[in-house]
Ligand binder design. Structure first.
Ligand SMILES: [Zn+2]
Length: 70
């Protein structure tokens, strides 16, 4: 097994374990990926929905989804 394919497998396992989430860099909208339903859901914090600015076009800072190789 090459090092590259080994790393790819490790990343795939990490992504299965780790919930996908994304936050907007412009407002405070925060979403989590629902793997069962297959779409983004607005995250909540202490029952407050982190909807951010409804007029924002949202510049997503995605955590854990994109891990491009150099
Ligand atoms: Zn936004």
């Amino acid at each position: 097994m090459s090092v590259r394919s080994f790393v790819t497998i490790m990343l795939a396992r990490t992504e299965l374990r780790t919930p996908q989430k994304r936050a907007c860099e412009c407002c405070s909208r925060y979403e989590v990926w629902d793997t069962d339903d297959g779409f983004w859901k607005i995250a909540t914090d202490d029952n407050e929905r982190l909807t951010g600015n409804p007029h924002c076009i949202h510049e997503w800072d995605i955590d854990g989804t994109f891990r491009p190789f150099e």
